[in-house]
Design a protein around this ligand. Structure first.
Ligand SMILES: *[C@@H]1O[C@H](CO)[C@@H](O)[C@H](O)[C@H]1NC(C)=O
Length: 245
């Protein structure tokens, strides 16, 4: 009798905790003419999502859900294959796991990132497309069905085409496959907004960050690039994350 009651109680608690959490839906779509291998990373010491890496062929879609609260990022790896040792490696944004799954690892820059902060209790979501760690694939985050601002965060242009020589990352065929941020390339405080340049006033845009912001005005081009306002949306929309929008 007691056991049954406990089972029923814990079962309903489980249902309640799932039902109460309005998880966010992330719908991935690959509009690139090439295959990408998206990756997910949950920030902090929280559990990772149901998948940390998957393959997305041209025109393919994939849907996943986040719990709430959730804080993390998504990106796309390109030029991936199995090497002669059976290790999965990518030409850009590799996560060094040796597998399609990233298992909590982050991306090796340069990488275009979609970043999310989804608070508990149905509060306002924060999201952006960031070029702070450089650029590899055009990307957009388009909330559908939310309330409030809900603008599309994006870097739809191919920044590789306007990438200055000193920031270029080239592939095996000599083509530019990604573009480093000046912070990643030169590791200088004025580009990384680290001390003594760690305030918005002492870390203005640079000639390098301007190349990124000119190409993609709706993405973060450097650490203190807050002027466009942060992207927010309420009501747990469906976030459509498109590669090559
Ligand atoms: C950016 O400025 C630095 C000096 O601050 C200069 O060396 C570099 O050539 C400039 N690069 C571009 C792409 O304008």
């Amino acid at each position: 009798m007691m056991t049954t009651l406990l089972v029923v109680l814990s079962l309903s608690l489980t249902i309640l905790s799932f039902g109460g959490a309005h998880a966010a839906t992330m719908s991935f779509k690959n509009n690139c003419p090439y295959t990408v291998w998206p990756a997910t990373q949950t920030s902090g010491k929280k559990p990772q999502l149901s998948t940390t890496g998957f393959k997305l062929a041209p025109h393919a879609r994939f849907k996943l859900h986040t719990p709430e609260p959730w804080n993390g990022r998504f990106w796309a790896r390109t030029g991936c294959s199995m090497d002669s040792y059976g290790k999965f490696v990518c030409a850009t944004a590799d996560c060094a796991s040796g597998q399609v799954k990233c298992n909590g690892n982050g991306a090796i820059p340069p990488v275009t990132l979609a970043e999310f902060n989804i608070p508990a209790g149905g509060g306002k979501d924060f999201y952006d497309v960031s070029l702070v760690d450089g650029f590899n694939v055009p990307m957009s985050v388009n909330p559908q069905g939310g309330t409030g601002d809900c603008k599309t965060a994006s870097c739809p242009k191919n920044v590789n085409k306007v990438c200055p020589r000193e920031l270029q990352k080239k592939g095996a065929n000599g083509k530019v496959v990604a573009c480093l941020s000046a912070c990643v390339a030169f590791k200088k405080p004025k580009y990384c907004c680290t001390p003594p340049h760690n305030t918005p006033e002492t870390c203005p845009p640079t000639n390098y960050s301007k190349i990124f912001s000119r190409a993609c005005p709706n993405a973060y081009s450097y650490a203190y690039d807050d002027k466009k306002g942060t992207f927010t949306c309420k009501g747990r929309p469906n976030y459509v994350i498109t590669f090559c929008p």
